[in-house]
Design a protein around this ligand. Structure first.
Ligand SMILES: Cc1ncc(C[n+]2csc(CCOP(=O)(O)OP(=O)(O)O)c2C)c(N)n1
Ligand SMILES: [Mg+2]
Length: 567
């Protein structure tokens, strides 16, 4: 087939670069792309599957989550400046979680009709002509490019996919006007090969030797990692180091993936325990951690040595990142951890005293009694009771998308997650990830059950009318468990914290933080093709979750609204 438009070339190139899904929020600017999707399909040419969306932040969260599950960037097409703005806080999450996503935005046409095909023929196209459309994402994008000529398209798409996927991954933002999309494609020199994504960086071997030697000599080492478990190999590397060195593993302040089984004796999910271990440590190994501890909760030893391994150890996107690092190593976390563990094993094999120190520490860590498992219990529902009930209902391979905010501690300390890749929050605080994120996880892992565990505020930030209808439309059902404490607890506690004797504390509430007219969540679910239940007593949690999970297994999204009393 001879391609007729640059839009056809664009869709074709996305597929050629491995993009499987094109999430589309259409507008006047996307007409050539919409036509291209059908014309390429009729011609039998491969291209990404089109997923229509009714809100941009939901699409972006889905693409972000898909990246987390697969490491493959997808494309989100949004409508000029307005659609870019609707990406909203999910842009923040893509930046902080280092996700690979290509966002393509229409740009208002340059030409006027009569004139070039696709030129301005609608009043809005003058209004859309804003001074700095890329400026909307400038602080969040890793790379930006406008396609101004058809003959640059092959390089623009190739670079977008290459740059977004290379470490540290980040947003690629392309803009293209409708008249350029309508131009005849320039295929004579078109290429799709030659845009290799760099392999994950291995650490400097001398640095590996120094870190392993420090761990071998340490009396009280600790591993702080927020993201090493983002790959199965990274999860295995964390557990291998913990099994060899018996050191505590922490680093959940950013609410990242499962880095180590929640049942592993080295797992230290509690914030206070983590702060104590870090304060006591003589060697701290930070691996892909942006917020390893809160300075106010930790007093470091004078003789501590801090090693930091990260693809971007200088944290160039964080202006005042100033954790006291003695040695910074630029490398992929999972790759570096495997190398450090191998080197430590080599040292222990040659030095019996070190081998004994390590095995003693492993034995001590295994002798500690495991944390008690939460029970669903009876009476009023607590966040831990919900975790206890979920532990009874869900499978080890189910994937939980966490956005539990002030109840994240209950998730990390109470929910059993023993396998890699079974916890997938945004790992960043732009609320509204869990629902779109669950769609993306389900797209990537259609064989798994997906469960969003979210605050009631976060549920609403997730644009549930859009996400639940998309679940029906895309065939990506998921279960949502709302930890419904009647509003924004996270925005209330700091008021009490800063003003312990203030007017808010005296009243027992803070302005703007309670939902006095909350939606009827099960009814909202029902209106969006989903199953819904409200649960008010802990005894009812397990049966309700089982009924909802059965609906999800049968192909329908479900929402369980768990009513929790919290200050
Ligand atoms: C997009 C966005 N808006 C506002 C905030 C500020 N914020 C942080 S937590 C929070 C409350 C979240 O409420 P909910 O999900 O119900 O959790 P809870 O605080 O009740 O545990 C708000 C509004 C944010 N992080 N992101
Ligand atoms: Mg809440």
């Amino acid at each position: 087939m001879k391609l007729k438009t640059t839009a056809e070339h664009l869709v074709y190139l996305l597929g050629a670069h491995g993009v499987e899904y094109l999430f589309l929020n259409p507008g006047t600017d996307t007409a050539p792309v919409q036509e291209a999707v059908y014309s390429l399909a009729e011609a039998g040419l491969p291209g990404p599957a089109l997923l229509p969306s009714t809100f941009e932040s939901v699409s972006l969260a889905a693409a972000h989550a898909y990246w987390k599950m697969t490491g493959r960037p997808q494309a989100v097409f949004v409508h000029v400046d307005a659609g870019t703005q609707n990406l909203g806080a999910q842009l923040h999450n893509v930046l902080r979680d280092r996700a690979g996503v290509v966002v393509i935005a229409g740009k208002t046409p340059y030409g006027e009709v009569p004139g070039p095909t696709g030129g301005r023929d609608n009043p809005i196209q003058w209004q859309q002509d804003v001074p700095d459309q890329p400026g909307i994402v400038r602080g969040y994008a890793k790379w930006m490019q406008e396609v101004t000529r058809p003959d640059m398209l092959d390089r623009a798409i190739g670079r977008a996919v290459q740059v977004t996927a290379s470490a540290p991954a980040g947003l690629a933002y392309l803009t293209v006007s409708r008249d350029v999309l309508m131009d005849p494609p320039r295929l004579d020199h078109s290429r799709v090969r030659g845009f290799a994504v760099p392999t994950p960086a291995a650490p400097d071997q001398d640095a590996v030797a120094r870190i392993a030697a420090a761990l071998a000599q340490a009396a009280a080492p600790v591993l702080v990692t927020s993201r090493a478990g983002r790959t199965a190999a990274g999860f295995a590397a964390v557990e291998a180091l913990a099994d060899l060195a018996g050191l505590p593993v922490t680093g959940r302040l950013e609410c990242g993936p499962v880095n180590i089984s929640s049942r592993h004796p080295s797992n230290l999910p509690g914030r206070a325990d983590a702060a104590a271990a870090i304060s006591a440590a003589d060697v701290i190994l930070l691996v892909e951690s942006d917020v390893p501890w809160l300075p106010g909760t930790v007093t470091l030893r004078d003789d501590v040595r801090v090693f930091h391994v990260d693809p971007d150890p200088a944290k160039t996107s964080m202006p005042l990142w100033a954790y006291p690092v003695d040695e910074a190593v630029q490398a992929d976390g999972p790759v570096a951890l495997a190398a450090i563990t191998a080197e430590l094993r080599r040292i222990a094999d040659g030095q019996p005293d070190i081998a004994k120190r390590l095995t003693d520490r492993v034995a001590r860590s295994r002798a500690r009694p495991p944390a008690p498992r939460p029970e669903p219990g009876s009476g009023p529902i607590t966040p831990l009771a919900v975790m206890g009930a979920l532990n009874e209902v869900i499978d080890p391979e189910d994937i939980v998308v966490e956005e539990a905010v002030t109840n994240a501690a209950a998730v990390y300390e109470g929910l059993e997650r023993t396998r890699p890749g079974t916890l997938a929050g945004a790992a960043a605080p732009g609320l509204g990830f869990a629902l779109g994120g669950s769609l993306g996880v389900k797209l990537a892992r259609p064989d798994r059950r997906v469960i969003a565990v979210t605050g009631d505020g976060s549920f609403l930030f997730g644009v549930p009318t859009s996400a639940l209808t998309m679940a029906a439309e895309w065939g990506t059902p998921f279960l949502t468990v709302i930890l419904n404490n009647g509003g924004y607890r996270a925005s209330r506690l700091p008021v009490y914290g800063l003003f312990p004797d203030g007017a808010s504390a005296r009243r027992g509430t803070a302005a703007g933080t309670r939902f006095t007219r909350a939606p009827d969540y099960p009814a909202l679910a029902a209106a969006c093709h989903a199953y819904g239940e409200r649960v008010e007593k802990a005894d009812d949690l397990v049966p309700a979750l089982r009924r909802a999970a059965a609906r999800v297994d049968a192909g329908q999204a479900a929402v369980v609204d768990c009513v929790i009393e919290q200050d």
